[in-house]
Design a protein around this ligand. Structure first.
Ligand SMILES: [Zn+2]
Ligand SMILES: [Zn+2]
Length: 250
């Protein structure tokens, strides 16, 4: 699998990065995990606008899904070749209505479903192109999911947004690469069931025995290097901060 960090800023974009968005590719299939603020522009640095095969939205906070409004325009009003076919969009319940409301002026209440085939996420597993997918509810103030993507024995796990959470251990169990959020700073912010700090992300990585930890969703006002140092205190494997444009072979 090839993983490209399209955007990794938490909560709002930074000068260096768009919000959450990660491209996962294998056997020519292209799955995008989240499409936060600014991600649609960055995505076009890596693939063509119409090259996606499926989209996963971990939850409906704007920093994970709001560029779907722009992507609706691109697919619905395509200038050459007419309207695009509907690609699968795995998202929490109510995604179509929420995105339609955010867009504010779709031709009809169901226009989005003409170019997006919305499929409601639950905790469970399914096959998607060459991938075996498992999703699970994680701890966040809104319905939110983490995801485990497997391909030919290799495993990528992505936390989405979550506080400390048992489900995350199952998703990340033995993962070759664990893309884990670290929004908070250890000893500074302590709001349960919202986000992880670097130390908590490291502890999850250790418990799940992952091969590599990539910290992501660090907001512009948070010191990523400090979160990385905190993670390294409790996780002994390779660990780094996600950077926009970074590519990993998983
Ligand atoms: Zn977020
Ligand atoms: Zn969130």
């Amino acid at each position: 699998m090839k993983l490209t960090v399209v955007g990794c800023s938490g909560s709002f974009p930074s000068a260096e990065s768009a919000c959450s968005s990660y491209l996962v590719e294998a056997d020519g299939f292209r799955l995008l995990l989240d499409m936060g603020n600014g991600a649609l522009g960055e995505l076009q640095r890596h693939i063509g606008l119409y090259d996606l095969d499926a989209i996963f939205l971990s939850h409906l906070h704007a920093d994970h899904c709001i560029d779907m409004c722009g992507y609706f325009v691109a697919r619905y009003y395509r200038h050459e070749g007419g309207r695009c076919d509907a690609i699968p969009v795995y998202a929490p319940e109510g995604a179509e209505q929420r995105l339609t409301t955010a867009y504010a002026d779709t031709p009809s209440p169901t226009s989005m479903s003409e170019v997006f085939d919305f499929r409601t996420l639950t905790t469970g597993g399914f096959e998607l192109g060459p991938f075996t997918i498992r999703t699970a509810r994680v701890c966040h103030p809104v319905e939110a999911y983490g995801i485990r993507v497997e391909h030919e024995g290799r495993v990528l796990a992505y936390s989405g947004d979550t506080g400390v959470c048992d489900a995350l251990h199952d998703l990340a169990d033995g993962a070759d690469l664990f893309l884990c959020e670290a929004s908070f700073t250890h000893g500074k912010e302590d709001i349960p069931e919202l986000h992880l700090n670097g130390r908590e992300a490291g502890a999850h990585a250790t418990r799940a025995r992952v091969g590599r930890l990539v910290l992501t969703h660090v907001p512009p006002w948070t010191d990523g290097e400090r979160n990385l140092a905190d993670a390294r205190e409790v996780y002994g494997g390779p660990a780094e901060l996600a950077k926009a444009g970074a590519v990993y072979e998983v």
